[in-house]
Design a protein around this ligand. Structure first.
Ligand SMILES: C[S@@+](CC[C@H](N)C(=O)[O-])C[C@H]1O[C@@H](n2cnc3c(N)ncnc32)[C@H](O)[C@@H]1O
Length: 276
């Protein structure tokens, strides 16, 4: 859809190095989408973000002591939540050095520094052992992949037989103006925007068995105006903390995110298993 040059992993890392410090504050470390049932749902932003974390990670069926790989872990809130709430050991990987540092601080502050570790790395080729994980989580991180079959082959390799993978990510929704889609993909640095059926095919082609999937775009991207108003209520605080020009730059970079029609962008959650 986009005619821009494809972006490299280094560009993606810099994108998150720049973007994540403000996002980390606005979303309290949950640098992913939200979930509101409808316009009358008065849940605050923090709860709407928690809903995605819970909804997505519940599909992994984690048990205490299991080893989890959080692929594209952002600033670490999900990894910290899983270690605290489920008693699992988590390795988080992100392409952004800034995020990896912030994530380690968050884990130490939460007292889970011994069961959670973070590293900077590219999920297309990770220096982690074959079969080393019971579960892999990719919460809105594969959206930036420049080679999805390769990233999914890595997931397959690192899972033990019977291990689980959950992907939650943006997907192509209803057909619409391609220029709106191009602005969106450029703002988020997306090389591709698979449809739900494309995501399912990618997961199956990697050798994994799909066990559950859902598409809840209307309650996620469809609620983009709710997110904007929630973020705007903290405008003064954010300007004081980061400065007006940093805030203006942040808004400019995010403009394209809001361009598509609500139904043009879906949200897919796909849970799969590596065969025993
Ligand atoms: C939208 S953020 C989601 C962060 C986190 N999962 C969360 O829910 O808060 C996307 C994440 O994917 C990571 N990412 C993107 N491309 C990557 C790559 N090639 N290798 C590793 N991580 C990558 C980014 O660094 C970032 O942490």
């Amino acid at each position: 859809v986009s005619d821009e040059e494809p972006v490299s992993a280094t560009d993606i890392g810099l994108h998150y190095d720049e973007r994540s410090p403000i996002e980390d504050v606005i979303r309290d470390g949950q640098i992913h989408m939200w979930y509101w049932y409808d316009r009358d749902d008065d849940a605050p932003l923090g709860e709407a973000l928690d809903r995605i974390t819970r909804k997505v990670t519940d599909t992994l069926g984690l048990r205490p002591g299991e080893r989890v790989l959080d692929l594209g872990c952002g600033t670490g809130a999900t990894a910290v939540h899983l270690a605290s709430a489920k008693g699992v050991r988590v390795t988080g990987v992100t392409i952004s050095a800034v995020e990896a540092r912030r994530a380690a601080e968050r884990a130490a502050a939460a007292g889970v520094g011994r069961t959670v570790d973070f590293a900077q790395g590219d999920y297309h080729a990770l220096d982690l052992p074959d079969g080393g994980f019971d579960a892999v989580l990719a919460l809105e991180s594969l959206q930036n992949s420049t080679d999805l079959p390769r990233a999914l082959a890595e997931c397959y390799r690192m899972l033990r037989p019977g291990g689980r993978l959950t992907i939650a990510d943006l997907c192509l929704g209803e057909p619409g103006d391609p220029s709106r889609l191009a602005a969106f993909m450029s703002a988020l640095k997306l090389a591709e925007l698979p449809s739900l059926s494309d995501w399912l095919a990618l997961v199956r082609d990697a050798g994994l068995q799909v066990e559950e999937y859902t598409e809840c775009g209307p309650r996620v991207y469809g609620m983009k105006n709710r997110f904007l108003s929630a973020a705007m209520t903290r405008r003064t605080e954010l300007a004081e903390r980061f400065g007006e020009s940093a805030l203006a730059e942040f808004s400019r970079r995010n403009l394209g995110f809001f361009v598509p029609r609500k139904d043009q962008i879906g949200y897919a959650i796909v849970a799969a298993r590596k065969p025993y």
